[in-house]
Design a binder for this molecule. Structure first.
Ligand SMILES: Nc1ncnc2c1ncn2[C@@H]1O[C@H](COP(=O)(O)OP(=O)(O)OP(=O)(O)O)[C@@H](O)[C@H]1O
Length: 640
C-alpha cells in the first residue's frame, strides 16, 4: 500500500491510502481519495486565509520581522498602522478599566477583558487561550467575591493547601495591556521645559527608552514633578536617572524593565510607584483590603532591606508592609499578612505561605521582580511561575529591575509582561560594571590566594584605614568558613555570612558589618546582589563567581550612589572559561586588562537559559518564541 501525503488543517500531514503500483484503484476509491484531499485542501485554504488575516503566519512573520526586528517598506507601514490601531484599542480599554474602578466595580468585567485582549496580532492568543483566559478571569472574579463575602465569618487564610487551589490563570498568557494607572498626568512645569533640556538629560545619562506605546513621557527630573508629592526625600537632591526615566511609565501603569548600574537607586524607582498605585486604588475602590503590591527578591537580606525602604515610605501613606522570608518562624509573618497592603518576599517562603493559605495574592495588581535576571534563571524560575499563578488579576502591572540583563532571560521575561517599556541607563545591552569602581584582576596560583589576601588586607585596612569596610567573596560555604577562620586566627576582626548559618547569625553578621563594628565580612553570593551597605571601600573576590553577571553584582557592593570604589579579583586557571567575558567587562569600564588574563582567551561562551537555550529570538514582550527550546544543565542555586 502506498500513501499520498495530504496537508491537513493542523499543519501536519495526513496520509491517505493508495493502492500498490500496478494495481488498479476503483473509480469510487479514486473519487473518495480525491474528495478527501480536496476537502482537506479547502479547510487548509480557509485556515491559511484566516491565519494570514490574523497575522499569525509564522513564516510570514519571519520574513516581515528580521532577526534584529527590522522591518522594511510596505510591511513596516502595515505594521505601523496595526500598532496605531492597537494603541487606540489599548487606550480605550484602559479608560474602561479606570471607569470601572472609579465606579467601584474593582474587578474588570468580561466584556472589558474582551477589549483588553486586543493584543498585537503577533502575540494574540488563540481562540481557545482567550476563551480559557476569559473563563479563568470570570472564575477568579467569582472566587474573589465569594472570599470577600465570607471573610468576615471565618478566620482569614486558614485553609489548607488542598482546599485553596491555585487560580487557573496561566502565567504564559499575557495579562492584558496597561494595568491600572495611578492617574499620572505630567506636571505642567515639566511639560513646559524646552525639548533640548529633556534631550540633554537623556543624552547626559545615556538613557535609552524603548516605548512600544509611543507615549513620549518626559523623565521626572525633579522630585517636585512627581504628582502630589507626598514623599519625604530628605537627603536626596533629585531623582537618579533610573528613577527619573521609569517613574512616568510605571506611574502610568505600564509594564517596565529597568536596567541600571548597581547602586543607582532602583529600589526607590519601584517603591514610589508601588505606594502611589495603592493610594490610587484605595481612593477609587470601596473595598480596599488585601495585598496590592508584591516585591520578590532573591535573598532574605535583600528582602529585608527592600522592606526597610518600603516601610519608610509606606508608613507616610499609612500603608502596611510585611517582609516574608525563610529561616525564621512563620507566625508573625502570617499575622502581618492579614492586614498587609505590600508584601516583600523571598520566593520559597512566599510559596509556602501561599500553599498553606496564609498568603492571598488574589488582589495583587503591582508585581516587582527585583534582581530580575536572577529571579528568572533556572534556580528560581519555577518558584516565580507559581507565585504568578497565584495572582489572577488580568490587570497586573509587572516591573523588572536589575543591573544585568542577559539575553538568556529576556525571552522568559517577555512571557510575564505585556508590551513593557524598556529603560536602560548606560549602554546596558552589553554587560556593564559601574565605571566608578577601579577593578584590578590578578592572575595567580590557587595556593597563593591566602597570602595575597592577607597582604591586601594589610595594605587597605591598617593604620588610619583600620575601620574601612572590606567585603570578601568566596564561592562556596565551606570556603567562606575556612577563609573566615584563617583570618580570625591571624587576629583580624571578621564576620561571615553564608547559607550554613542560622538566620539570626546572618542578620547579626550583616548588622555588625553595616554598623562598622566589624569592618571585614566574608561572604558567599548570598551577599552579592542588591545589598546596600554604606561605605564599603573594597571588594575582594577570592574565588571567581559562577557567572560574569554575579561578578558585576559582587563588585557593585562598593561605589554606590555616585561614590567611587575598588575591587580586586583573584583569577586562576580554573576560572579560564570566564576570561573572555571578564576582559569585555574590564574593557567596557576602561579598566586595565592584564596580559596574563588575555592568555586565557577572549572568546565568550554564549549564555543559555536552562530551559530556553541560547537560540531564542528576542521579543519585545509581545509573546514567546519557543521554537528553539533546548535542555541544558541546571545552575547551582544559592541558599536564600
Ligand atoms: N535620588 C537619590 N539620590 C541619592 N541617593 C539615592 C537616591 N535614591 C536612592 N539613593 C540611594 O542610593 C543607594 C543605592 O540605592 P539602591 O540600593 O536602590 O540601588 P540599586 O540600584 O537597587 O542597587 P543594586 O543594583 O545593587 O541592587 C541607597 O543608599 C539609596 O538610599
Amino acid at each position: 500500500m502506498l500513501t499520498r501525503l495530504v496537508s491537513c488543517t493542523d499543519s501536519r500531514y495526513k496520509t491517505i491510502a493508495l493502492p500498490r503500483k500496478g494495481k488498479k484503484m476503483s473509480k469510487r476509491a479514486i473519487d473518495d481519495v480525491e474528495a478527501e484531499a480536496a476537502a482537506v485542501d479547502r479547510v487548509k485554504g480557509k485556515k491559511e486565509k484566516k491565519e494570514k488575516k490574523a497575522g499569525r503566519d509564522v513564516v510570514e512573520n519571519d520574513v516581515k520581522v528580521g532577526v534584529d526586528g527590522a522591518m522594511e517598506g510596505e510591511a513596516k507601514e502595515k505594521k505601523d498602522k496595526k500598532d496605531k490601531k492597537r494603541e487606540k484599542k489599548l487606550r480605550k480599554a484602559k479608560k474602561k478599566i479606570e471607569e470601572a474602578i472609579v465606579a467601584g466595580e474593582g474587578v474588570m468585567d468580561v466584556d472589558v477583558l474582551d477589549t483588553l485582549e486586543a493584543q498585537p496580532q503577533l502575540e494574540r492568543p488563540s481562540k481557545e487561550e482567550r476563551k480559557a483566559a476569559r473563563k479563568a478571569a470570570k472564575e477568579a472574579k467569582k472566587k474573589a467575591r465569594k472570599e470577600a463575602d465570607s471573610k468576615s465569618n471565618r478566620r482569614a487564610f486558614s485553609s489548607t493547601p488542598s482546599d485553596t487551589p491555585v487560580p487557573p490563570v496561566s502565567y504564559s498568557i499575557p495579562s492584558g495591556p496597561p494595568a491600572i494607572s495611578s492617574g499620572y498626568t505630567e506636571n505642567s512645569e515639566l511639560t513646559s521645559l524646552p525639548k533640548p533640556t529633556i534631550d540633554g538629560f537623556l543624552t547626559e545619562h545615556a538613557i535609552a527608552i524603548t516605548d512600544p506605546h509611543n507615549s513620549n513621557l518626559r523623565p521626572i527630573t525633579s522630585f517636585s514633578y512627581l504628582p502630589s508629592n507626598s514623599f519625604d526625600f530628605t537627603g536626596f537632591t533629585s531623582p537618579t536617572p533610573i528613577q527619573a526615566a521609569t517613574w512616568p511609565f510605571t506611574l502610568s501603569g505600564y509594564d517596565c524593565i529597568g536596567v541600571a548600574e548597581t547602586g543607582s537607586g532602583k529600589t526607590l524607582a519601584f517603591a514610589v510607584p508601588a505606594i502611589r498605585h495603592i493610594i490610587a486604588l484605595k481612593a477609587r475602590q470601596r473595598s480596599s483590603k488585601g495585598v496590592r503590591a508584591l516585591v520578590v527578591s532573591p535573598t532574605r537580606e535583600l528582602a529585608m532591606q527592600i522592606y526597610d525602604s518600603m516601610e519608610r515610605y509606606s508608613k507616610e501613606a499609612r500603608l502596611s508592609t510585611v517582609c516574608v522570608y525563610g529561616g525564621v518562624p512563620k507566625d508573625e509573618q502570617r499575622s502581618k499578612l492579614k492586614k498587609a497592603d505590600i508584601v516583600v518576599a523571598t520566593p520559597g517562603r512566599l510559596n509556602d505561605l501561599i500553599d498553606e493559605g496564609s498568603a492571598d495574592l488574589s488582589n495583587v495588581s503591582y508585581l516587582v521582580l527585583d534582581e530580575a535576571d536572577r529571579m528568572l534563571d533556572k534556580g528560581f524560575e519555577e518558584d516565580i511561575k507559581r507565585i504568578i499563578r497565584a495572582i489572577p488579576s488580568p490587570t497586573r502591572q509587572t516591573l523588572m529591575f536589575t543591573a544585568t540583563w542577559p539575553q538568556s532571560v529576556r525571552e522568559l521575561a517577555s512571557t510575564f509582561m505585556t508590551s513593557p517599556t524598556k529603560i536602560t541607563i548606560g549602554d546596558r545591552d552589553d554587560l556593564r560594571a559601574n565605571v566608578r569602581i577601579a577593578q584590578t584582576v590578578e592572575v595567580i596560583d590557587q595556593h597563593a590566594k591566602e597570602s595575597r589576601l592577607v597582604a591586601l588586607l594589610k595594605q587597605h585596612q591598617s593604620g588610619s584605614q583600620s575601620e574601612d569596610k572590606i567585603l570578601v567573596f568566596c564561592l562556596y560555604k565551606k570556603e567562606a568558613i575556612r577563609v573566615e577562620n584563617f583570618l580570625r586566627s591571624r587576629g583580624l576582626r571578621v564576620a561571615g555570612i553564608h547559607g550554613d548559618l542560622s538566620q539570626a547569625q546572618r542578620t547579626h553578621a550583616l548588622a555588625q558589618f553595616k554598623d562598622g563594628k566589624c569592618p571585614l565580612l566574608i561572604a558567599t553570593d548570598v551577599a552579592a546582589r542588591g545589598l546596600d551597605i554604606p561605605k564599603v571601600k573594597l571588594v575582594i573576590n577570592v574565588t571567581f563567581p559562577l557567572t560574569i553577571e554575579d561578578y558585576v553584582h559582587r563588585i557593585g557592593r562598593t561605589g554606590r550612589a555616585g561614590a567611587t570604589g575598588m575591587a580586586y579579583t583573584f583569577f586562576t586557571e580554573h576560572d579560564k572559561p570566564h576570561s573572555g567575558a571578564l576582559v569585555n567587562v574590564l574593557k567596557a569600564a576602561r579598566q586595565p586588562v592584564p596580559e596574563a588574563l588575555l592568555k586565557f582567551g577572549t572568546t565568550v561562551k554564549k549564555k543559555e537559559h536552562a530551559a530556553y537555550g541560547a537560540f531564542y529570538k528576542e521579543t519585545d514582550g509581545r509573546g514567546a518564541n519557543f521554537r528553539d527550546r533546548k535542555q541544558t544543565s541546571k545552575k547551582i542555586k544559592f541558599d536564600d
